[in-house]
Write a protein that binds this ligand. Structure first.
Ligand SMILES: [Zn+2]
Length: 90
């Protein structure tokens, strides 16, 4: 295995884990992983942290929605304030 190959694998790993890669690229990565223990270790830890992230964001989505709603309210408030001051300036 050459470091160059590892770099190419790393560049595609997140898409590989998400199943977004075309089959030929998946095969190339599978072949590389068969023969490259450091990459196997890396992909396992990445997969674990990806699953952790997904689990966390699923659990925290109500909080994030809350945050988004507040941001939208603020933006709407700012827009209406801006349009009011624009009217005043005319
Ligand atoms: Zn490798």
């Amino acid at each position: 295995m050459t470091p160059e190959e590892c770099k190419q694998v790393f560049a595609l790993l997140s898409e590989y884990i998400d199943g977004e890669l075309p089959a030929d690229l998946c095969e190339r990565i599978d072949r590389h992983l068969d023969a490259c223990p450091p990459c196997i270790e890396f992909i396992e830890s990445l997969r674990k942290s990806t699953e952790l992230c997904k689990a966390l964001s699923a659990r925290e989505s109500p909080g994030r929605l809350d945050h988004q709603a507040r941001a939208e309210l603020l933006a709407a408030y700012r827009r209406s304030a801006l349009s009011r001051s624009a009217k005043r300036d005319q």
